[in-house]
Ligand binder design. Structure first.
Ligand code: FES
Length: 266
């Protein structure tokens, strides 16, 4: 089966490039014969061209996925394109999926972007790091020591590059990075509420030197919600939303570890 990821199209090359990157990420680790990026307007390749091109490879089925939040004129146009293709190529089953719709996780993404814009630290590529998020086919790479190592290396990279004016990776590293495990058992034990409270507390008090982000499994399932604070590498376990204020006021602002939450794993 082939997938066609159809976005609106933009005059911003970076935005168009992101669609191609997303298509590749959809392909990685899955059983699709191919995944192609395409656009419904503004730029090439057009949906029509992409579908005709894909037909030459004779897939059994093609699913067109509108990469949009909601329904409207553009999704209608994409559906018409899929229907037309289905009629024109009887040997291929073609169908159109639904747009993304609303999902509470989009609010997390929005909060991340807001925080990055505020602190001048743009780390979008980290969202698709196989050590941080669970990518199909790379599940074993997520979390634990690898994630921690990556975070520490990332921090060091900024320290090394801070003086190089045209270094493309330069952005201010946060003084403190708080990573909240929002996977599986931690999520079930209330990690999303902990994440939200930590963000609120950090937002109310800090000057942009603290980043609070989600992290995939830390390998301490069942003792959560688990929270790691870097660069110290302190792991807190069994954190409740009401502990957020103490972590921010004590650890982040005064460098005093909240000892009754410290897992003492490191
Ligand atoms: S789910 Fe949080 S440590 Fe595994």
């Amino acid at each position: 089966m082939a997938v066609v990821l159809c976005a609106r199209g933009s005059s911003d090359p970076d935005a168009n490039a992101d669609v191609h990157k997303l298509a590749r990420l959809l392909y990685e680790g899955r059983e699709f014969s191919r995944v192609e990026a395409t656009f419904v307007g503004v730029t090439d390749p057009t949906l029509d061209d992409t579908l005709h091109d894909i037909a030459r490879h004779r897939p059994d089925a093609v699913v067109v996925v509108p990469y949009m939040l909601g329904d409207g004129v553009l999704t209608d146009r994409i559906r018409d394109g899929a229907d037309g293709f289905d009629a024109e190529y009887p040997y291929v089953d073609a169908a159109c999926g639904d747009p993304l719709g609303t999902d509470p996780r989009l609010l997390d993404v929005l909060a991340d972007r807001w925080q990055e814009a505020r602190t001048g630290s743009v780390e979008m590529s980290c969202d698709t790091c196989k050590y941080k998020v669970e990518l199909d086919g790379y599940e074993a790479d997520v979390g634990g020591a690898k994630a921690m190592l990556r975070a520490l290396n990332h921090q060091e990279a900024h320290a090394d590059r801070g003086d190089v004016a045209d270094e493309p990776h330069v952005h201010d590293a946060p003084d403190k990075h708080v990573a909240v495990c929002t996977s599986q058992t931690c999520a079930a034990d209330g990690a999303p509420a902990v994440l939200e409270r930590l963000r609120q507390e950090a937002r109310d008090t800090d000057d942009g030197s603290v980043r609070v982000t989600r992290l995939s499994c830390l390998g301490q399932c069942g003792d959560g919600p688990n929270v790691a604070v870097y660069p110290e590498g302190v792991w807190y376990q069994g954190v409740r939303p009401e502990d957020a204020q103490r972590i921010v006021a004590s650890h982040l602002e005064r460098d005093r570890i909240v000892s009754d939450l410290d897992s003492q794993l490191l």
